[in-house]
Design a protein around this ligand. Structure first.
Ligand SMILES: C[S@@+](CC[C@H](N)C(=O)[O-])C[C@H]1O[C@@H](n2cnc3c(N)ncnc32)[C@H](O)[C@@H]1O
Length: 169
C-alpha cells in the first residue's frame, strides 16, 4: 500500500513539475491577478456590454469570472490542466456556465479575431511576439488590457497603476 502511495505521489509531483516547466517555457508564470488589479482592469475596460472577451493564460479563472459577472461572454485559454479544472469548478459554483468558458489550449495557437477585449498577465519577453499576433488577428477598435507588462511600441490609451489599456487601430 505504502509503495502505491509513493508511486502515486511521485507521478503527481512529476506531472506538476512538467506542467510548470512547460508553462514557463510557453510564456507566463503562475501568478494570479490580485483583487486590486482586477478592480483596476474592470474600471479601465469601461463599458463592456455586448462585447466578447478572452483572457490569455486564464490561470484559476478569476479574470474570466469577474468579467463574466458583468454579463458578457468570456473565454479563457489555459495550458495547465489543473488550473483548467479549478476554473471550471469555480465557474460552476458561480453559476456562470452560460457566460464563462475555459479551454485547455495554448493561446499561441488560438485565433483571436472574434474577440473585442483581450486581457493578459504575461511576462515581458512574450510581449513583442504577442503584440504581433494581436496586430495580425484583432479587429479594429478591439481593446487589449495588460496587467503589469507594457507592449513595446504601442501607445497606451489609459493606465491605472500597472494595468495598461490599448486600442487596436
Ligand atoms: C500570470 S498567470 C495569469 C493568470 C490569470 N490571467 C490572472 O490574471 O490571474 C499566467 C497564466 O498563463 C498560463 N499560460 C502560460 N503560457 C500559456 C500559453 N501559451 N497558453 C495558455 N496558457 C498559458 C499559465 O499557466 C498561467 O496560468
Amino acid at each position: 500500500m505504502q509503495f502505491f502511495i509513493i508511486i502515486f505521489a511521485s507521478v503527481i509531483f512529476f506531472v506538476l513539475f512538467l506542467v510548470t516547466i512547460v508553462t514557463v517555457f510557453f510564456g507566463a508564470p503562475i501568478v494570479f491577478t490580485d483583487s486590486k488589479s482586477l478592480t483596476k482592469m474592470i474600471e479601465i475596460a469601461g463599458n463592456v456590454s455586448g462585447k466578447k472577451m478572452v483572457d490569455l493564460g486564464s490561470g484559476d479563472g478569476r479574470v474570466v469570472i469577474e468579467f463574466a459577472k458583468r454579463g458578457i461572454e468570456v473565454h479563457g485559454y489555459e495550458i495547465n490542466p489543473f488550473l483548467v479544472a479549478i476554473s471550471k469548478l469555480k465557474i460552476k459554483k458561480a453559476g456562470l456556465e452560460k457566460k464563462a468558458f475555459i479551454f485547455w489550449k495554448n493561446f499561441w495557437s488560438a485565433n483571436l479575431s472574434s474577440y473585442d477585449i483581450v486581457s493578459v498577465f504575461g511576462i515581458n519577453y512574450i510581449m513583442p511576439k504577442l503584440r504581433d499576433k494581436l496586430v495580425h488577428e484583432l479587429k479594429k477598435n478591439s481593446i487589449v488590457i495588460s496587467n503589469s507588462y507594457k507592449f513595446p511600441g504601442w501607445k497606451k490609451m489609459r493606465t491605472k497603476n500597472g494595468v495598461y489599456l490599448y486600442r487596436m487601430r
